[in-house]
Design a binder for this molecule. Structure first.
Ligand code: XMP
Length: 255
C-alpha cells in the first residue's frame, strides 16, 4: 500500500487527523527512550501517525534507539515519518533517504529548494522503489518563513513572477509528492496552496498550539493532517490533551 493510502486508512480507522510530533519529552523516569515509548503508548488511540526529528535521532541514534520507536509505532498500527528535511545534493540525499527507509520509516520530509535533477529526484526514486513517501516543505510554520518560502521570485521554468511557495506547491504536484507541509500558523497560505494541490497532494500543517496556529483555521483552510507536538507532549495529561484535540479536529473534518 502506498504511503498516501496508508495515511488515509489510518485517519479513517482512528477518526483522527493528528500526526504526533514526538520531540523531546519530559523524562524523569527511565531516560528519553522509555519516556518517548510511554508517551506514544499513552496517546496512540487519538493519533493517526507519528513524526520524529533530530530531537530523538541525535540523542538516541538510529539503530537501537529510534528503531525501537519505529517498531513500537508499527506495532500500534501507526505510520511513522522522519522529519529530516532532506536538503543536500542527490548523491547524499539518496543515502539519507535509504538509511531512514531501511530503518523502517514510512516517509521522509524534504526541501524543494534543492530542485529535482541531482537534488530530490534520487529521493523520490528511492521512495518509489521501496514504496515509501516523500513530503515536501512548501511554507514553514515559523515566524521567518516569509524570508525564504514567502519571497516573490521568477519561476525559471515559465519566467513568471510568483511567490516561492506557489512554485513549491506546483512542484509537489508535478513530482507527485505524498504530502506538502504548510504552517498551520498561516491559514491563508494553506488556502492558496490547497487551490493548487486540490485533493491530489494532502496538506500537513504543523504549528498548532505552541506556535500559535489554530486547529480550526488550519483544517477549514484545507489542511488534511495536523502535526502537533508540545500541545500534547508537554500537557499535564497528554492523553487528555490528545483526546480533546482529536475530537476538535475530527468534528471539523466531517463538518
Ligand atoms: P510543536 O511542538 O510546535 O511541534 O507542535 C511542531 C513539530 O513540527 C515540526 N515543524 C515542521 N516540520 N515544516 C516541517 O516539516 C514546518 O514548517 C515545521 N514547523 C514545525 C517541528 O520540527 C516539530 O517537530
Amino acid at each position: 500500500m502506498s504511503f498516501k493510502r496508508m495515511m488515509e486508512k489510518s485517519m479513517r480507522e482512528r477518526n483522527s487527523s493528528i500526526v504526533l510530533a514526538l520531540d523531546s519529552v519530559p523524562s524523569e523516569r527511565g531516560g528519553l527512550l522509555s519516556a518517548s515509548l510511554r508517551m506514544l503508548r499513552s496517546v496512540h488511540p487519538y493519533i493517526c501517525a507519528v513524526k520524529i526529528n533530530n530531537h530523538l535521532l541525535l540523542p538516541l541514534g538510529l539503530h537501537g534507539g529510534v528503531e525501537r520507536i519505529i517498531e513500537e509505532a508499527h506495532s500500534l498500527g501507526l505510520p511513522i515519518i522522519m522529519d529530516c528535511k532532506i536538503n543536500d545534493i542527490g548523491y547524499t540525499n539518496r543515502v539519507i533517504a535509504e538509511n531512514f527507509f531501511n530503518a523502517g520509516f514510512d516517509a521522509v520530509t524534504a526541501n524543494p529548494f534543492v530542485g529535482w535533477e541531482d537534488g530530490l529526484k534520487p529521493v523520490f526514486e528511492a521512495a518509489r522503489k521501496m514504496n515509501r513517501g516523500v513530503i515536501l516543505l512548501v511554507y514553514m510554520s515559523h515566524k521567518a518563513s516569509r524570508e525564504g518560502y514567502g519571497q516573490t521570485v521568477y519561476d525559471v521554468e515559465t519566467n513568471e513572477r510568483k511567490p516561492q511557495y506557489i512554485i513549491f506547491a506546483e512542484k509537489a504536484l508535478a513530482w507527485k509528492a505524498d504530502g506538502a507541509v504548510v504552517g498551520g500558523t498561516y491559514p491563508e497560505k494553506i488556502r492558496e496552496v490547497h487551490e493548487v494541490l486540490k485533493e491530489n497532494v494532502p496538506i500537513y500543517s504543523p504549528g498548532i498550539g505552541a506556535q500559535g496556529g489554530s486547529l480550526r483555521a488550519a483544517i477549514s483552510s484545507g489542511a488534511k493532517y495536523v502535526i502537533i507536538g508540545r500541545a500534547i507532549t508537554l500537557a499535564e495529561k497528554p492523553e487528555l490533551a490528545a483526546e480533546r484535540l482529536r475530537e476538535e479536529s475530527w468534528k471539523r473534518m466531517i463538518d
